[in-house]
Design a protein around this ligand. Structure first.
Ligand code: ATP
Length: 499
């Protein structure tokens, strides 16, 4: 990871934010190459999900429209969404059910003197929750555990290892609870000249809520019919307690989210559809090997989703710092109709949908593929990083040509004999369609080395023969192989290899 971070700095992918002032923890600036890479990833997602989305399960076109909502919204939005609350308390999140608990309200159940196994969490003062935890414990121990055998402790007293074997209050799976963290993770600001409780606003911690807020507007103003999706890409802010691992967990980051609105009866089918679409998409941009993991939590593991018939689905990547484990890149979740119902309740505005042909009014269910653009960029950087002691740069970035920040370089071998002019002409033509650079300085070997670190897949070199044979040498980044190619075949070559 240290080597990658240093390459990112050296080659202009990512710099620490406010570096000349000593930096600021959890914030990063994207340099020219990082910006190009991230934009390519973003544009590819937008093209494949919004401009020409995949065909639906029945082979027909589906409809997804774009949105760009404000980062700052009415503070009530975050009350309705559940993000405001328990302001100064450490909170525990359940990664599966998305439930959020005050850490000091969660107690844990085990059997005295027995080591290992599982620990069962329940909510203090809630008899149902305690009964459910007892039942799960009995099932695990395979007998009825007597009261005096029980060991109870506060969740806040558990070690990280114990937390990893803890079953949340409404899951069957172990290890779904996060470590207690100080909530609120939202950054606060205020609007207007006078700072008071009433002027308090928050920077959005996710892009999703902006979509729910505009569900009614989109239905009223566009010719959309459920099922359809609304997509948004944008910044999100979380005052993470421990930002770490480069851009993996930062305090300002970007998300690419779709809220897919459908009828409850069709939710399961759409859930399967989106898991499949999103897995294939990450593979299509080069994350194909053992480093990518698609993980469905099935009904058995998940009481909460079992009743819906859907699970949650994680697309995970094996980052160097999670190795041999994996870290989440994207989650596909079935959110039920929780969000729209809550906004309807809090705003007192109708957010139901009227299906005219069926004469039915309902609040749609939502399938949410929620991906990290920043984390995706990091996964692409990690996947591309390829040490090679044999070559001058000792390392090259093997980006998939379609998302490489520089897709081709055009080099005159030397700066004379008409070579720069031919190079300039070729560069001007290619840059109409692709991200192409030209460079005349330094030896050709040094220029290749620079392009290897930038991850440029093809270098076209104009030499002394080009004027007469109308051909150039193309050098392939990964194999370093070189071949001769006619000048008038280069566009076709690029179209074939880059897209
Ligand atoms: P984690 O458990 O890692 O904190 P999460 O489950 O809270 O993530 P979601 O709320 O589901 O994440 O957000 C969706 C996506 O947004 C994640 O899959 C991830 O790619 C991205 N993301 C979330 N938090 C951060 C962060 N602090 N920095 C960078 N990306 C993030």
């Amino acid at each position: 990871m240290d080597e990658l971070v240093s390459l990112c700095k050296r080659r202009g992918f990512i710099y620490p934010a406010s570096e000349i002032y000593g930096g600021i923890n959890g914030f990063w600036d994207y340099g020219p190459l990082g910006t190009a890479l991230k934009n390519n990833l973003r544009d590819r997602w937008w093209r494949d999900m919004v401009k020409r989305p995949p065909l639906g399960p029945d082979g027909n076109e589906i409809s997804i429209v774009g949105l760009d909502s404000a980062i700052i919204q009415n503070a009530k939005v975050w009350e309705a969404s559940g993000h405001v609350g328990g302001f100064n308390d450490p909170m525990v999140d359940c990664r599966e059910t998305k439930a959020r608990y005050r850490a000091d309200h969660v107690l844990c159940l085990g059997v005295k003197g027995e080591s290992g196994g599982q620990i069962y969490a329940f909510i203090e003062g809630e008899d149902d929750s305690l009964a459910a935890a007892r039942k799960k414990l009995n099932k695990y121990i395979k007998r009825d555990v007597a009261d005096d055998e029980l060991d109870t402790c506060a969740l806040t007293d558990l070690s990280a290892d114990e937390l990893a074997i803890t079953v949340g209050p409404d899951t069957k799976a172990v290890g779904t609870l996060t470590e207690p963290r100080q909530f609120n993770l939202m950054f606060e600001s205020s609007t207007g000249a006078i700072k008071s409780e009433d002027s308090k606003v928050y920077l959005r911690p996710e892009t999703a809520q902006g979509i729910f807020l505009n569900f009614g507007n989109v239905v009223d103003t566009m010719r959309v019919k459920v099922p359809f999706g609304i997509a948004q890409i944008g910044k999100a802010f979380r005052n993470e307690v421990t930002p770490r691992n480069f851009i993996f967990r930062s305090r300002e980051f970007e998300q690419m989210e779709i809220e897919w609105f459908c009828h409850e009866d069709e939710a399961e089918q759409w859930f399967e559809f989106w898991c499949d679409v999103r897995s294939k998409w990450w593979q299509s941009i080069g994350l194909t090997g053992d480093n990518i993991l698609m993980r469905k939590h099935d009904d058995d593991e998940l009481a909460h989703y079992a009743k819906e018939g859907c699970g949650t689905f994680d697309i995970e990547y094996r980052f160097p710092f999670t190795f041999p484990g994996f870290g989440e890149l994207e989650g596909v979740a079935h959110r039920g109709n929780f969000d729209l119902s809550r906004h309807q309740e809090f705003s007192k505005k109708k957010l139901s949908y009227f299906d005219q042909p069926k004469n039915e009014r309902y609040i749609p269910h939502v399938i949410e593929p929620s991906a990290g653009l920043s984390r995706g960029t990091l996964a692409l950087l990690c996947e591309a990083y390829t040490p090679d002691p044999e070559r001058a740069s000792k390392v090259y970035m093997a980006f998939h040509p379609s998302i490489a920040p520089i897709q081709a370089a055009v080099f005159p071998l030397v700066g004379k004999d008409g070579m720069p002019e031919i190079a300039h002409k070729l560069w001007s033509e290619l840059r109409e369609r692709w991200d192409v650079v030209t460079d005349i300085k330094q030896s050709i070997g040094k220029r290749y080395a620079r392009m290897d670190e930038a991850g440029c897949p093809f270098c076209f070199t104009i030499d002394g023969d080009t004027a007469s044979d109308q051909a150039v040498t193309v050098r392939h980044r990964d194999t370093q192989a070189q071949e001769r190619i006619a000048l008038d075949k280069i566009s076709a070559f690029m179209a074939e290899h880059v897209g």
